[in-house]
Design a protein around this ligand. Structure first.
Ligand SMILES: *Cc1c(COP(=O)(O)O)cnc(C)c1O
Length: 386
């Protein structure tokens, strides 16, 4: 089976983790701050908080932005459930904005139309979570302009997108958002096994996220309500969690970051080769906006069903049977029984619905060979002709 994605672990990664195992600190040592600095310096952010998953990063970002029961969080329906769940963790209501039919990212025009309606109903969102699907950045300039007009915060879910660029700058520099989050799950672009990070240029947000990732406990005199009782003293000033990343994970992350640009270049080269190999097939290939240099986490094709005799499901099943580890990113989040159970009347979200019945993610990862890609092409040709 050619998987849809997989990690690349080199001997120096193994060595870096072993070094930590032999050291004094397995957690709360020097490696986590080093990983944070490595990522922050790379992408051009002031502050970075490493945590045990991107899901945790989304949660502490929502908490730091003060999301509460009476608030709304909006995101795209075409994402992993975590982009929406972070709102529910804070007790907020979650709603969805339709996607752009070409980039599959949250559509700024649909967002504006929804904001106009929400303003009239007195239900403007407190936070909007654009997701850089497949690694391609959203139209952040347009979303940011709307945030200025309607007064919402922005958390960029860049789980797919580390190493990519928007308007020539690394995603994560925060020029159009309050917080950006990355995921280091093994299928993503660089890995720490499990892991995530929240980046911001706002010191107050960074301090608050730091509290929430570690029990709400601080040793910083500036954050305490009174003077320390003694050198042992700390205070719990908020209800936080244990979302800490381990030293082993951080060491793996530091080592992986050395190859970030190389990974993204390889992914782009393979994606371009797919563009050429698949151009003759009755499918829609992923369109790239000129402002975007995608991290190319995923390569999604869409079947031109009106030109085919076979169904989406049959093509998917036949590809799996041919040993091609295809996947579908994603089932629209508002279809999930949990989101259906909340009693919210979601918009029609027509572009998302159409995407769902046509999309298939085909394999893409940096160590994929041209032979692997040719196998994907052959299997696709067979299954589409069936
Ligand atoms: C993977 C992913 C997440 C969650 O990442 P974890 O590190 O597994 O918690 C969130 N959002 C998107 C879009 C993802 O792809």
């Amino acid at each position: 089976m050619i998987p849809y994605g997989r990690q690349d672990i080199q001997p120096q990664d193994v060595e870096a983790v072993i070094e930590v195992l032999k050291s004094d600190f397995l957690t709360q040592g020097p490696m986590v701050p080093r990983f944070e600095k490595t990522v922050a310096d790379k992408v051009g952010a002031e502050y970075a908080l490493a945590v045990n998953s991107a899901t945790s990063a989304l949660h502490i970002a929502c908490l730091a932005l003060g999301l509460k029961h009476s608030d709304w969080l909006w995101t795209t329906p075409i994402t992993f459930v975590a982009s929406a769940n972070c709102g529910r963790y804070c007790g907020a209501q979650v709603d969805f904005v339709d996607i752009d039919p070409d980039t599959y990212n949250l559509c700024p025009k649909a967002l504006e139309a929804k904001l106009i309606r929400a303003e009239q109903a007195g239900k403007l969102p407190k936070i909007v979570v654009p997701v850089h699907l497949c690694g391609q950045p959203c139209d952040m300039q347009a979303i940011h302009a709307l945030s200025q007009r309607y007064g919402f915060h922005i958390i960029e879910d860049a789980s797919h997108a580390i190493g990519g660029k928007y308007q020539g700058n690394y995603i994560g520099d925060g020029r159009y958002s309050d917080v950006t989050i990355f995921s280091f799950h093994p299928v993503k672009i660089v890995t720490t096994a499990e892991g995530g990070m929240a980046l911001t240029n706002n010191k107050q947000l960074a301090d608050r996220m730091d509290l929430f990732r570690s029990h709400g406990i601080t040793r910083d005199p500036d954050l305490m309500t009174k003077e320390a009782d003694g050198p042992w003293y700390y205070q719990q000033v908020a209800l936080g969690y244990n979302y800490r990343m381990t030293e082993l994970q951080a060491a793996l992350g530091v080592s992986q970051m050395e190859r970030l640009d190389e990974y993204v270049e390889k992914r782009n080269a393979l994606a371009q080769r797919y563009d050429e190999l698949l151009a003759h097939l009755p499918i829609q290939l992923p369109e790239q906006h000129p402002d975007s240099y995608s991290g190319r986490h995923l390569y999604v094709i869409r079947l031109a069903l009106n030109k085919l005799k076979v169904s989406h499901r049959a093509v998917f099943e036949q590809l799996r049977e041919s040993g091609i580890g295809v996947n579908l990113h994603y089932i629209p989040v508002h279809h999930q029984p949990y989101y259906q159970s909340l009693g919210i009347e979601y918009d029609a979200l027509e572009n998302a619905e159409r995407y769902y019945v046509e999309a298939i993610s085909i394999p893409l990862y940096p160590t994929m060979t041209h032979d692997d890609q040719n196998d994907v092409l052959n299997a696709l040709e067979r299954s589409l002709a069936a």
